[in-house]
Design a binder for this molecule. Structure first.
Ligand SMILES: Nc1ncnc2c1ncn2[C@@H]1O[C@H](COP(=O)(O)OP(=O)(O)O)[C@@H](O)[C@H]1O
Ligand SMILES: [Mg+2]
Length: 654
């Protein structure tokens, strides 16, 4: 009987359906399912076809009757199939109601024109036709547009695009759209450096440049994700070679006059290396973060924003701030592998702890280009490759040893500019020039360089300058990356016949070692080193006292660890020092570690007498002369200060 009913006129069939329902006490759904049985295999063929015209549909009233040859199920309403199944017309989508009647769920129809494969999933570009007869061309549907109706409507902003379907129906529409045969393209979302068919190119939103002045292949397309950095990049328009040469002749030597070699060379080298970060990273396994740090008014923001950013094609604009939201930072730092990103106002003490920790984690990951994953509200996980070259500026630099090994520093002083009017003049002169004129030429020069050869030369230069001095491997690599940038700079100048003075690489290397390493040492400063420097200043200010927290005799400084640590921790809290504050356990561990290495700790814990009252306590013994050679530490006063110091007398011998 079922086949008979299946092929019956819809009106009749509805009647039979009701009859069967009451006769066999079945639910309407079950009956519908029974009636559908033979229909299943054909369902898939309903998708992926050209849209029917309104006339075709009204003629058939069915849902996949366009062939018209299957008379047995031609007029059949399935109701349910794949959850959310949707049918389409030329200007809208519809579903079938309980009785198989069409229920319109949109006032538009999406006709894909191309599909773009990107790292963030497939993008579909489509023309959208509305019931009102309007056609919106080239509407871009990112992957997430199909997550829900809310997401879909975010793309369909126009008031005449209405949607009354469910989230599942959105998936149904995606199925229809995805099954269309449209040209497939590859999309580049990353800003800056890319390699296509082995050829290096540089991509910004509105233009592309290669060593030979390239264009993207026909099947490759830049996809503007509209991030903060995109809007700041200037077009790479060709420049009259004579104009470029004249500009370079003026600008390049002036760059070196902006500040002392120790200050300007790390910045210059880093910025001229950054566009080739992907290649340098590939060769070395990492790329340093540039930290420009120093007091207010020392010129940090001006040098980067008004000189080096424009040279690298970034329109002078507000810097990014270290206090951007976590998500904004993540997007920013994953939007490029090579366009230098500048984050200003790094103030670790003023940031909430979790924000600082997040930023520091990003920095560690940037160094090796790791991926950061984030869950989304809809349970999916998005991965962000943190790989931007990052320049950070602030009044301090990070001091955690894990970060210190990952940075190149430049430490301008506020006192330099007032004393050196020629530096101020150089800066003012540069401000009169459109530095962006050089951007295209610099990039073309860099793309054409032989990075393997450059790194080999840079390695020789760095090793020659270090002259046998051992430094941590990462610090050496960071120097090599920076020096390779200086080679790029010299090479670019040379290519335009611009003569430059000799670059003082020795000053660059010495400044890095002085800032980042214990002086004369081979390792980055440890928390213990900072602990001793802070204790030294506390001893001078009376914050800790002879014969109470420490004693000194014949070159040996004995520290009562518990009370010294209490004073140090209290001091750090008081001044808001939220760098790496060691807890007591970590401090003891570092004392032991230093002792084991044969460092300045001569004894980790030995009983000794404090003061004249025969107060005997265990203390750690430090070779003060050795410490003074390595660190910024002075003699610890040996006289009892006249007034009891300390912070509110809040701590005592324990
Ligand atoms: N050679 C120079 N380098 C940087 N800034 C300079 C130089 N010469 C003069 N200036 C001026 O010095 C000031 C530096 O201020 P700013 O860049 O805001 O410093 P910071 O960011 O370190 O606080 C700016 O007004 C800038 O125009
Ligand atoms: Mg500033």
């Amino acid at each position: 009987m079922l086949p008979l009913i299946r092929s019956a006129d819809p009106v009749l069939r509805d009647g039979y359906t009701d009859l069967i329902k009451s006769r066999f006490k079945l639910r309407a759904q079950t009956v519908r399912q029974l009636l559908r049985e033979t229909d299943r295999p054909r369902k898939t063929t309903a998708f992926g076809r050209r849209p029917k015209t309104a006339r075709e549909r009204s003629e058939s009233e069915g849902w996949h009757s366009e062939g018209g040859h299957n008379t047995d199920d031609e007029d059949y309403a399935p109701g349910v199939g794949l959850k959310g199944e949707v049918l389409e017309d030329t200007d809208h989508y519809y579903i079938l109601g309980r009785r198989g009647e069409p229920v319109t769920i949109s006032s538009f129809q999406i006709e894909p024109v191309r599909r773009v494969a990107t790292d963030a999933g497939d993008i579909i570009d489509a023309d959208v036709t509305t019931t009102g007869g309007r056609v919106y061309r080239g509407v871009r549907f990112p992957r997430e547009a199909w997550h829900s109706k809310r997401h879909l409507l975010r793309v369909l902003k126009s008031a005449d695009m209405l949607w009354t379907g469910s989230d599942d129906n959105v998936q149904g529409v995606l199925k229809l759209v995805a099954e269309r045969d449209v040209p497939a393209m590859r999309g580049i979302m990353n800003l800056g450096y890319a390699e296509i068919g082995g050829e290096p190119i540089w991509v910004v939103p509105e233009s592309v440049v290669g060593p030979e002045g390239a264009a993207l292949p026909d099947d490759v397309l830049f996809v503007d994700s509209g991030d903060a950095l995109h809007k700041r990049l200037r077009r790479l328009d060709p420049i009259d070679p004579a104009v470029e040469a004249a500009t370079a002749a003026l600008v390049l030597p002036k760059l070196l006059e902006l500040n002392t070699p120790e200050v300007i060379l790390p910045i210059l080298g880093w910025f001229f290396a950054a566009p080739l970060k992907p290649r340098i990273h590939k060769a070395l396994g990492h790329f340093p973060i540039l930290c420009v740090w120093g007091t207010q008014g020392s010129g940090k923001s001006s040098i980067v924003m008004e000189v080096f950013w424009p040279l690298m094609g970034i329109r002078s604009a507000e810097p990014f701030s270290a206090t951007e939201t976590e998500f904004a930072l993540l997007k920013l730092l994953s939007s490029t592998n090579s366009v230098p990103v500048f984050i200003d106002e790094y103030k670790p003490f003023d940031m909430p702890r979790y924000r600082r920790n997040t930023l520091h984690r990003y920095m560690r990951r940037l160094y090796t280009g790791e991926v950061e994953s984030r869950g989304r509200a809809d349970q999916t996980v998005v991965s962000y490759r943190l790989h931007a070259p990052l320049c950070l500026a602030g009044e301090t630099r990070p001091i955690e040893s894990a970060l210190v090994e990952r940075i190149v520093t430049s430490n301008p002083s506020k006192d330099t500019l007032p004393d050196r009017p020629e530096m101020v003049r150089a800066f003012q002169k540069l401000k009169t020039v459109d530095l962006g004129l050089l951007n295209r030429g610099i990039l073309r020069h860099l793309l054409a360089r032989d990075t393997t050869a450059d790194l080999a030369v840079a390695t020789r230069v760095v090793e020659g300058t270090l002259a046998g001095r051992e430094v941590p491997l990462r610090i050496k690599d960071n120097l090599i990356a920076t020096v390779s940038g200086l080679l790029h700079f010299e090479g670019y100048a040379g290519s335009l016949g611009v003569r430059l003075p000799e670059l003082d690489v020795a000053a660059l290397v010495a400044a890095q070692c002085d800032d980042l390493l214990e002086s004369g040492g081979r390792t980055v400063k440890t928390g213990l080193d900072y602990f001793l420097e802070i204790l030294s200043s506390l001893a001078v200010s009376g914050g800790i006292q002879h014969n109470r927290q420490y004693t000194y005799s014949s070159g040996q400084l004995a520290l009562h660890v518990a009370s010294c640590h209490a004073a140090y921790a209290e001091h750090c809290r008081r001044i808001g020092y939220e760098g790496e504050v060691l807890d007591k356990k970590a401090l003891v561990r570092q004392l032991q570690e230093n002792h084991r290495r044969g460092g300045y700790v001569t004894e980790v814990s030995r009983a000794t007498t404090f003061g004249t009252r025969g107060d005997k306590r265990r203390a750690a013994f430090i070779d003060l002369e050795a410490v003074k050679r390595l660190l910024d530490v002075d003699d610890f006063p040996q006289d009892e200060p006249s007034s009891a110091g300390g912070y509110g007398g809040g701590w005592h011998d324990d």
